[in-house]
Design a binder for this molecule. Structure first.
Ligand code: 5RP
Length: 236
């Protein structure tokens, strides 16, 4: 894998009148694309921060990249950009996965799943040796707060929601795997305790809490460049 290199150098300027978070997302995405090298097997996340990552990867012109997408939208865009996208089953283990997040706490606990893709995103992150999170400067928070995204089995979903209360279904289509997307709306408190409770609730396919042990590196785009925060998964 390429050396992470210095950060703070790839800071695409905000376009006139543009939400500054978009430039921050481009900066974090560009820094992540620089981590890649020829022949890597790469997991691609989902969302508006991954959106500029895909052209940044394509622009590197790397040879032999094999990509796995976490959503149909990411797959469509990646393929249109000329990236080779294959099923996770065909690629097997991944060298690196890169994805956005909704919140990042000081210990590198994440909330993900704003786009409802957290189940596939967690599977892809777990299949990768390195998981890099790319975010704009508004995503780091002192402590995680609801909503915590959920994917639920359709059977008995009202019963599952009562068990999880307060929780509600989102008015969105099911996931590509047939799960219903919902949000837990109660207090987060200790994220490890809540993650264990959610995982142990019958009917919950997956929740959007990602522990620091999954995270290798967080790249935070800001006005002064890209800040790095090391997660609990070891160095790149
Ligand atoms: C999708 C996700 C996204 O990574 C998360 O919602 C962040 O999205 P964005 O980059 O658009 O802010 O988990 O399921």
């Amino acid at each position: 894998m390429a050396s992470p290199g210095a950060t703070g150098r790839s800071q695409p300027a905000p376009l006139s009148g543009e939400d500054p978070r978009l430039a921050q997302k481009r900066a974090a995405a560009s820094a992540a694309a620089e981590l890649l090298a020829d022949g890597l097997r790469v997991g691609l996340g989902t969302g508006s921060t991954v959106a500029p990552l895909l052209p940044a990867i394509a622009a590197r012109g790397l040879q032999g990249l094999r990509c796995v997408a976490t959503s149909p939208a990411t797959e469509r865009t990646a393929v249109a950009l000329g990236l080779r996208v294959e099923p996770l089953e065909d690629v097997g283990e991944l060298d690196i996965a890169i994805d956005g997040a909704d919140q990042v706490d000081p210990a590198c606990w994440l909330i993900k799943g704003g786009g409802g893709a957290h189940t596939r995103e967690k599977i892809v992150a777990a299949a990768a040796s390195v998981f890099v999170v790319i975010v704009s400067a508004d995503k780091p928070v002192p402590e995680l707060r609801a909503p915590v995204p959920l994917e639920l089995v359709p059977f008995g979903v009202q019963s599952t929601l009562r068990t999880l209360a307060p929780a509600e279904l989102r008015a969105v289509p099911p996931s590509p795997d047939g799960g219903l997307i919902a949000d837990y709306l109660g207090p987060v408190g200790d994220p490890a305790e809540l993650a264990a409770t959610l995982s142990a609730t019958p009917g919950v396919v997956e929740h959007g809490l990602f522990g620091p042990e999954m995270v290798s590196l967080v790249l935070i785009g800001g006005e002064d460049g890209v800040q790095r925060r090391t997660g609990g998964r070891g160095a790149l």
